[in-house]
Design a protein around this ligand. Structure first.
Ligand SMILES: [Zn+2]
Length: 646
């Protein structure tokens, strides 16, 4: 495998992945028509009737409602919100295939090192979990969790654990199984003066999982009454653990976040678990750090709306105020909720229940609004001095946001502010300018690094240039041009062995819909490079998910119309030469050829109706070469049209 070309590697991964198994694992599927088709609840929109169809013979899927569709790679790209290379890597791992180094940028050693880290972390998670459930020493930990109201189900689901009061407990257990160096690399143990010792000693443990549900580290909480260090302690960062991006419980919250398009971010593990226990499944927590840009970038892929939930105490209020600047520049609907009566989310849920909690989150004010209210409470709107302070504070907030100057968002916020303070927009704008120049002369604005090289998973997936042209076909119905172009591709996909007829007649290209044109070009490339055109080969070649979705849609249309059967049947009856292009395909090609000649005609008419650069008369002798060619084409066109209509 390692010596294979990227194209061959894709083919290998695809052939080792059964799409029914893959999608079935994620959403559950039911067979129809004797297993020729499977249906399930679409995970890409809020689906109540099974809209997702999976076609085992084509190895494709498509949702009839939200129009998401493609192959196994598309499914992973959409579900995990990752790029094509990452989807390829995920499926290769799932199939236990060795991944070529050029794909991951990691050497085989690094690759196997990562696998070992995940293995030892999973082992430790199991050891800690078993200790919590069974060890007599864990009695205070069990009592603590019971007192917090955690059910056994939550303890099992979140794999909570306990590390007994022994600095060698894990090291002893790992002896003969894992080398101490591996435990060090996994940051399960530390080293001091040449001696290794366990981290997390005598703490209740909250395993931290990455987006794929693999344990990457642990958060440890001291037992009540203990004064042994900080209340919470998280494992240090490692090759597989990056605090600045990961959110606690993101693996469990992901589906709920996706369907609600909303994510709730709370401050602690226990609050997060309390949310899940009360059925508020779209809650995650930060890992003892403030929210970073990288967090927001990662979460934006799943949710449109982010609600930051802070405790009702002063520290919560301050944290809420401080978080606004960070998010204003990000294109995300940020809401801020501080809970009443100094409560934390767990208290609130226990007292008022999940429905009341959901109502609060639904009514949470926008970040900007929240900040404004907070300033208004502090300074008051009655005095001129108070209003001046509010205005200045809000403009300070704006001035701190990087990349905001002159943006549409800034304009909206300025207009909002001017209206509420009842001052002219120009006044607000010039005051903001003053504040900006004061700031830039005093200190540079630090900008946090959003991604590091190690952290490649977090790169946002760029918007496809084919999204709009493809969506137009799915949602708006087809124009005459679209119809002609779709017909061609549907016919071609139904009779791919006749690709060469399309290629020979390809003077009709480019197709007017850029997405359809890109599909046609991919068909040509696939035919030229691999010798034959197949649906699998075509999907394999295309990385763009909107194009993939389009190919699956075209294939579906073609099958619904029974084009392949029609072409085979008619060929047998009508064709004198068995090798001839099937009539349906030939008609498609002809229609596009006529269209392209018609448009040449229009160009000629246009050209002739315009006088050439101011000269008194456009004599035939002075016509330029291009026009002469157009006229010749026109003559041929008329001849052919006459022949056709006879
Ligand atoms: Zn759907």
């Amino acid at each position: 495998v390692s010596g294979a070309s990227p194209q061959e590697f894709r083919e290998t991964v695809r052939s080792h992945t059964d799409i029914v198994g893959l999608i079935g694992e994620a959403i559950g599927l039911q067979a129809r028509y004797g297993g020729r088709e499977f249906v399930g609840l679409c995970p890409f929109h809020d689906d109540h009737n099974p809209s997702l169809r999976v076609y085992p013979d084509r190895q494709t899927f498509r949702c009839w409602s939200c129009k998401t569709g493609g192959d196994c790679f598309t499914f992973i790209m959409e579900r995990e919100k990752v790029s094509f290379p990452e989807a390829l890597e995920i499926l290769a791992r799932r199939a236990n295939l060795e991944i070529p180094r050029k794909l991951t940028g990691r050497s085989p050693e690094q690759e196997s090192n990562r696998a070992k880290l995940f293995e030892v972390l999973l082992w430790a998670e199991n050891e800690f979990h078993r200790a919590l459930l069974q060890s007599p020493e864990a009695e205070p930990a069990r009592a603590y969790l019971a007192e917090r109201g955690f059910t056994d189900e939550m303890i099992r689901q979140f794999r909570l654990g306990f590390h007994p009061d022994d600095w060698q407990w894990l090291l002893h257990r790992s002896a003969g199984r894992y080398p101490a160096k591996l435990l060090l690399d996994a940051r399960l143990v530390g080293e001091k003066n040449g001696r290794t010792y366990d981290y997390f000693v005598n703490r209740v443990l909250f395993p931290i999982h990455n987006e794929r549900g693999q344990a990457v580290s642990f958060g440890g909480r001291i037992l009540p009454g203990s004064t042994d260090g900080a209340k919470y302690w998280n494992g240090p960062e490692s090759v597989v653990f990056h605090k600045s991006r990961l959110l606690y419980a993101i693996d469990k919250a992901r589906d709920a976040v996706r369907t609600s398009e909303q994510v709730l971010i709370v401050e602690g593990y226990t609050d997060c678990i309390a949310c899940h226990q009360h059925g508020v499944g779209n809650a995650v927590a930060t890992l003892g750090t403030a929210l970073t840009d990288a967090h927001v970038t990662a979460i934006k892929r799943f949710a449109r709306q982010v609600v930051l939930i802070f405790d009702g105490d002063q520290a919560g209020q301050d944290a809420a105020n401080g978080s606004v600047e960070r998010f204003l520049a990000q294109d995300v609907d940020l809401r801020i909720l501080t809970l009443p009566d100094d409560m934390d989310p767990a208290d609130y849920l226990a007292t008022h229940g999940a429905d009341a909690f959901r109502q609060l989150t639904a009514a949470a004010p926008e970040a900007w609004e929240f900040r404004f209210r907070s300033a208004r409470v502090r300074y008051g709107m009655e005095s001129i001095d108070g209003r001046q302070r509010i205005l200045d504070e809000m403009l300070q907030v704006l001035a701190q946001v990087p990349g905001m100057s002159g943006s549409m968002r800034e304009n909206l916020l300025i207009a909002n502010l001017a209206q509420r303070m009842n001052v002219a927009e120009d006044t607000v704008r010039s005051r903001l300018k003053e504040i900006r120049s004061q700031r830039s002369s005093s200190r540079p604005i630090p900008r946090e690094a959003v991604t590091s090289g190690e952290n490649r998973d977090s790169q946002p997936v760029p918007e496809s240039p084919y999204r709009a042209p493809a969506a137009r076909l799915f949602h708006r119905g087809l124009s005459r041009d679209d119809r002609l172009e779709c017909d061609l591709l549907e016919n071609l996909l139904s009779a791919p062995e006749y690709l060469r007829f399309v290629m020979e007649a390809a003077t009709f290209a480019p197709l007017r819909n850029p997405a359809l044109h890109a599909v046609l070009m991919a068909c040509f490339d696939e035919g030229e490079e691999s010798g034959t055109l197949t649906l699998g080969g075509l999907l394999n070649r295309i990385e763009d998910r909107d194009l993939k979705s389009l190919v699956v849609w075209l294939d579906e249309q073609a099958r619904a119309k029974g084009l392949a059967e029609k072409m085979r049947g008619r060929d047998a009856e009508n064709s004198e030469n068995p090798g001839d292009c099937p009539l349906l395909l030939k008609h498609s090609i002809d229609n596009l050829s006529w269209r392209s000649e018609e448009s040449t005609q229009e160009q000629i008419a246009l050209k002739l109706s315009q006088p050439t650069d101011g000269s008194p008369a456009a004599e035939e002798s002075t016509l330029d070469e291009a026009t002469r060619q157009l006229l010749e084409q026109a003559a041929r066109f008329h001849q052919r049209r006459a022949a056709k209509t006879m």
